[in-house]
Design a protein around this ligand. Structure first.
Ligand code: AP5
Length: 226
């Protein structure tokens, strides 16, 4: 396969960030997580961050035009020439259409959309116990994936905090936004035969194994098509 252009799709808390970090290391591809990009912009008080903050605090999606430009520039960069992993983008049909336009302008196309699914009860359990590294967004869970030292990131030693949008009422609102605005992308990509379903309700290592098997199958299919 010449390039690997992947999208991670799924509800909040399904494990996109957890698996995205692993995939980034294994595939050695740039990993663009829009939530991390926006949180860094909020922290640095950039214009993007100032626009995004109130939407994110409420659990609403930021406007499509704000995020489309952010991702378009990254896909068009030299580091993404061999492929990329997108996490959290696209999240609406207009965003998916903008992504397709951008890729077609560059003479490229998506390789696959990996749907990591989990039900609402599991999402509530996971996000209620999530702890996130303030500097780089590494994720832990107090029960399912605890840090070795409580409150300290295993990877870079930064402080672990509860995200502002991981409060129960905001989590419920984010889930509502997912069902209303992002879930239609499942059919959108299924129609294009790009969708691959992964059971995100399994343990993290089992999810990673299923992702590896799916990517191996994609590679076989691509090689056979040559
Ligand atoms: P974003 O940061 O993308 O949030 P999200 O999609 O809601 O996803 P999460 O980060 O909450 O969950 P995840 O699936 O990555 O799960 P994780 O691996 O952490 O977006 C935040 C906000 O930014 C949005 O609300 C919006 O305002 C804005 N935004 C971002 N992109 C946008 C866009 N394109 N358009 C408009 N607005 C946008 O795992 C969760 C927890 O579970 C962790 O504690 C983890 O340790 C644990 N865990 C993971 N996997 C497992 C497992 N298999 N078993 C048990 N526990 C597990």
């Amino acid at each position: 396969m010449s390039e690997l252009n992947l999208v991670l799709l799924g509800p909040p808390g399904s494990g996109k960030g957890t698996q995205g970090e692993r995939l980034q290391e294994e595939l050695r591809l740039p990993y663009y997580a829009t939530g991390d990009i926006l949180r860094a912009a909020v922290r640095d008080e950039t214009d993007l961050g100032k626009t995004a903050k109130s939407y994110m605090d409420r659990g609403d999606l930021v406007p499509d035009d704000v995020i489309v430009d952010v991702i378009g520039a990254r896909i068009d960069s030299d580091e993404a020439a061999d492929g990329f992993i997108l996490d959290g983008f696209p999240r609406t049909v207009p965003q998916a259409e903008a992504l397709a336009d951008k890729l077609s302008e560059l003479g490229r196309r998506l390789t696959a959309v990996l749907l990591i699914d989990a039900d609402d009860d599991e999402v509530m359990r996971r996000l209620g116990g999530r702890r996130t590294c303030v500097d780089s967004g590494h994720v832990f869970h107090v029960d399912f994936n605890p840090a070795e030292r409580e409150g300290v990131c295993d990877v870079d030693g930064s402080e672990l905090v509860v995200r502002d949008d991981d409060k129960p009422d905001v989590i419920r609102h984010r889930l509502g936004q997912y069902h209303e605005k992002t879930e239609p992308l499942i059919e959108f990509y299924d129609h294009q035969s790009l969708l691959r379903r992964i059971d995100g309700g399994a343990a993290p290592d089992a999810v990673a194994d299923e992702l590896r098997r799916t990517l191996a199958t994609l590679k076989l299919e691509a090689d056979e098509a040559i």
